[in-house]
Write a protein that binds this ligand. Structure first.
Ligand code: SF4
Ligand code: SF4
Length: 143
């Protein structure tokens, strides 16, 4: 079996929105259509997003965090990945926070990165609404 997935390392993600925009441009999405978004966390109607991502340690200063999410329509750039290339959002991420690969292949990029991060104390998880509001193939790593 092949279990295609994308891992986002939230410790490396700076919330720049390049992933979402590169998806929108490369996949030629309509003006109001997004297959990927960066959600700003906080007092929103998405309480599960109040954790973890980045934050400033001094609470008297700016405090914000964010989560890049893959929406259900994301097809993990099937044509591109079949050709052996990374998805557009992975390829264009400036901090290399994203990794694509086959979770059932222990030698794939995503499996190797997940193992390395786990060995270094990161937690690997999915969002609580994976498969409903967000994509089943999206995984996250954070300290
Ligand atoms: S995953 Fe990469 S491209 Fe997307 S917001 Fe984070 S740093 Fe930017
Ligand atoms: S994997 Fe491809 S389709 Fe999915 S969000 Fe990234 S760029 Fe868009």
């Amino acid at each position: 079996m092949v279990k295609r997935a994308i891992l986002t390392n939230l410790f490396m993600c700076n919330g720049c929105y390049t992933c979402a925009l590169s998806c929108k441009v490369a996949r030629n999405l309509a003006a109001d259509e997004w297959w990927s978004k960066v959600i700003t966390n906080g007092k929103t109607n998405t309480p599960y997003l109040d954790d973890p991502a980045g934050s400033w340690s001094n609470p008297s200063t700016l405090k914000m965090s964010w989560t890049p999410v893959h929406l259900p329509k994301c097809d993990l750039c099937i044509d591109r990945t079949r050709a052996g290339k990374d998805p557009y959002c992975v390829y264009n991420c400036p901090t290399r926070a994203k990794t694509y690969g086959d979770l059932d292949d222990p030698s794939s990029a995503i499996s190797l990165v997940m193992k390395d991060l786990t060995d270094r104390g990161y937690k690997i998880y999915q969002l609580p609404d994976a498969g409903k509001g967000t994509h089943t193939a999206a995984y996250y790593a954070d300290k």
